[in-house]
Ligand binder design. Structure first.
Ligand SMILES: NC(=O)c1ccc[n+]([C@@H]2O[C@H](COP(=O)([O-])OP(=O)(O)OC[C@H]3O[C@@H](n4cnc5c(N)ncnc54)[C@H](O)[C@@H]3O)[C@@H](O)[C@H]2O)c1
Length: 249
């Protein structure tokens, strides 16, 4: 029996990077996938690739910071299946900016995409999860919340906010048997990281990991699979750190 057999799962930011890696592993484990991404073309390509391998996947173009575009995807899943079993909130942005150069608009965009998106999507999926007394939500935060990181004040604040949001909502939703957990990736080799991160800084992080190799999206996808499956039914409000042993708290 596959871990996510016929589980209706929505993954945001699924066209590339960590989200695409989660989509691959979840598809292999039997999930019915709703892939959501700002980049409609790449999202369609990812869904088509999965379907051609015999999996169930549909693509939706939209912006996680806009409730109405998320609603189209949520409505489609509920209309087709009458349920959403799991949501992986992975879409996120991480442009560097020195704090004193940071504009209010840049701060707001970071919070809207990385943090306020959880407000929107949770409002949309929780009513049907409460009705069915079943649901798994996994929020992709970042190890930078534990470490702090220069040039990423807006990002680290948003990622810490995701953990706070998840803990508080886990308490509120626990009585409804809804599980809300976080994953905090370390330095993961993705399309976005290549654009935004300094190679010397990545090498320095790798040197401080226990595991001497570059982490890849599949390393994050495994713990997400665990948290979306019944294997983690006794866990909520938790944060799993996937950083190759960079930090240990
Ligand atoms: N790569 C890392 O080292 C790393 C480390 C810690 C945490 N994370 C987190 O993991 C998540 C994925 O990171 P990644 O490296 O795979 O990123 P990436 O840039 O490679 O991919 C992100 C995907 O999200 C989509 N996206 C961006 N903004 C969106 C929006 N407003 N609405 C819908 N989709 C949107 C992009 O189009 C892209 O397909 C992010 O939340 C990031 O903060 C990444």
């Amino acid at each position: 029996m596959k871990l996510l057999d016929q589980k209706v799962t929505l993954i945001t930011g699924a066209a590339l990077g960590i989200g695409a890696g989660i989509a691959d592993l979840f598809a292999e484990n039997g999930a019915i996938l709703y892939l959501f991404d700002l980049d409609g073309e790449k999202c369609q390509a990812k869904a088509a690739e999965l379907r051609s391998a015999g999996h169930q996947a549909q693509a939706f173009q939209g912006d996680v910071s806009r409730a109405e575009s998320l609603q189209t995807c949520v409505d489609a899943a509920l209309a087709a299946h009458g349920r959403i079993d799991a949501v992986i909130n992975n879409a996120g942005i991480y442009p560097r900016r020195a704090f004193l150069d940071m504009t209010e608009a840049e701060w707001d965009q970071m919070q809207d995409v990385n943090l306020k998106s959880l407000f929107h999507i949770s409002k949309l999926v929780l009513p049907s999860m409460i009705e069915r007394r079943s649901g798994k939500i996994v929020n992709i935060s970042s190890v930078t919340f534990f470490k702090g990181m220069a040039l990423l004040t807006h990002y680290v604040a948003s990622k810490g906010g995701m953990i706070g949001f998840s803990r508080a909502l886990a308490r509120e939703m626990g009585p409804h048997n809804i599980h809300i957990n976080c994953v905090t990736p370390g330095a993961i080799k993705t399309e976005g990281e290549v654009v935004h991160a300094d190679p010397a800084a990545i090498a320095a992080i790798q040197a401080r990991q226990c595991l001497d190799r570059r982490l890849v999206p599949l390393d994050v996808a495994g713990p997400c699979l665990f948290l979306a499956s019944s294997l983690s039914d006794g866990m909520t409000g938790q944060t799993l750190n996937v950083d190759g042993g960079l930090i240990m708290y």
